[in-house]
Unconditional design. Structure first.
Length: 66
């Protein structure tokens, strides 16, 4: 199944942010749970254009209510 170009762009952006937090070649298993939670929180609390400038957390919580 082909990836929609917008989804591909979002994925490149997200993986780019992981590259900032996790040096190339470092195994994710070497990171502490605390560090992984920090990275996750940062990425999920950033407003995204594709979500009409809402954060992924806001959208997730909105969907939980419905």
């Amino acid at each position: 199944m082909p990836i929609h170009h917008m989804n591909a762009a979002v994925m490149r952006t997200v993986t780019g942010f992981y590259d900032v937090f996790i040096p190339k070649g470092q195994a994710i298993e070497e990171l502490s749970d605390h560090k992984l939670i920090q990275i996750n929180w940062y990425l999920n609390s950033r407003p995204l254009k594709c979500l009409n400038w809402h954060t992924p957390i806001e959208i997730f919580l909105l969907n939980l209510r419905h």
